[in-house]
Design a protein. Structure first.
Length: 316
């Protein structure tokens, strides 16, 4: 297990290196300059050239990349052009809201998806199964931003149960913190709940038809033990995979939802940086997000051996 973990951690290096190259060159070859955004379109070319020289944007692109990646290897993601602060500090300030919303969205998805998937598999072909699968299909097709707007209209404007936008840090209180995240978490987690529901049902059906499940029932075991202890446990590996991927998606894909609910997370940070052409922030956020996504998948791989002892990750 240790050898496998070290190998997977080392595999992050080429992935992050390739991502750094791709994002750096895509950003720099895209039309638009930070100097034009800062000084305005009416600024003279001389003023723009002077500002580009100040930030080092007048150097050849490969020199800029070498300078930036050298700083990254020493733990320095650079400084934001507009916020006048290190990129690492900007990411740290905006990471908390995104992670809190992702955790709440994942919790919402799991408490709905796992029971619904199990019930649909056990009652295969019944009205309950058809209803749950129909609802999950609707959940997969409704965009998160549209669902978010509907939730704002119903629960925020008409019923006035929850705030429609904004954010409160966790230091101000648990409820004050999470009441601002309930609606965005639901709008963000609905699609993931639908995917996990369908995956749970599919995995359960594959195991329910195996011989040892029939043997367990023939031995007189209670049905709930057959379903939870024998069927669900052996069907959990594909479900665990989709859970890991969905959480990575929640962390990395909350751009639109954060904009709708005015949550100062990574999504809002990268959107503002794109508009401002803040190169260093975009590069830093994409690099950190890539690391988080790959690291989450590493954790899921390591959990395989815990969930199913038959899997030995340190063997070929």
């Amino acid at each position: 297990m240790l050898a496998y973990s070290v190998k997977r951690l080392l595999s992050l290096i080429p992935v992050l290196f390739v991502v750094s190259i791709v994002i750096f060159f895509i950003i720099h070859i895209t039309p638009g300059e930070p100097a034009a955004t800062i000084l305005g379109m009416e600024a003279s070319q001389a003023d723009m050239d002077a500002l580009n020289a100040k930030f080092g944007f007048d150097r050849p692109i490969y020199e800029q990349y070498i300078s930036w990646i050298s700083g990254v290897l020493h733990g320095d993601l650079g400084n934001s052009i507009f916020m006048n602060m290190p990129v690492s500090e900007a990411i740290a300030e905006h990471l908390g809201p995104t992670v809190s919303m992702a955790i709440l969205a994942q919790f919402f998805a799991l408490i709905l998806a796992i029971p619904f998937g199990i019930i649909a598999a056990v009652k295969r072909g019944s009205i309950t199964d058809v209803t749950l699968m129909g609802v999950s299909l609707i959940g997969m097709t409704v965009p998160s931003f549209l669902l978010g707007l509907i939730l704002i209209l119903v629960f925020g404007v008409q019923l006035q149960w929850l705030p429609v936008a904004g954010y409160e840090p966790l230091a101000n209180g648990f409820w004050q913190h999470y009441q601002y995240l309930i609606l965005p978490a639901i709008s963000l987690g609905t699609i993931q709940a639908a995917l996990i529901t369908r995956m749970t049902r599919s995995s359960m059906l594959e195991v329910l038809n195996l011989n040892y499940i029939k043997t367990a029932r023939a031995k007189g075991l209670k049905e709930w033990k057959v379903i939870l202890k024998h069927t669900f446990r052996n069907a959990f590996l594909p479900i665990l995979t989709i859970i890991g991927q969905s959480f990575g998606t929640l962390v990395t894909g909350a751009v639109v939802v954060e904009s709708i609910f005015n949550i100062p997370g990574l999504g809002q940070l990268i959107m503002n940086s794109i508009v401002r052409r803040d190169f260093t922030v975009i590069q830093g956020v994409v690099l950190i997000v890539t690391f988080i996504y790959v690291f989450i998948n590493l954790i899921i791989d390591l959990l395989y051996g815990t969930v199913d002892p038959r899997i030995r990750l340190d063997r070929k």
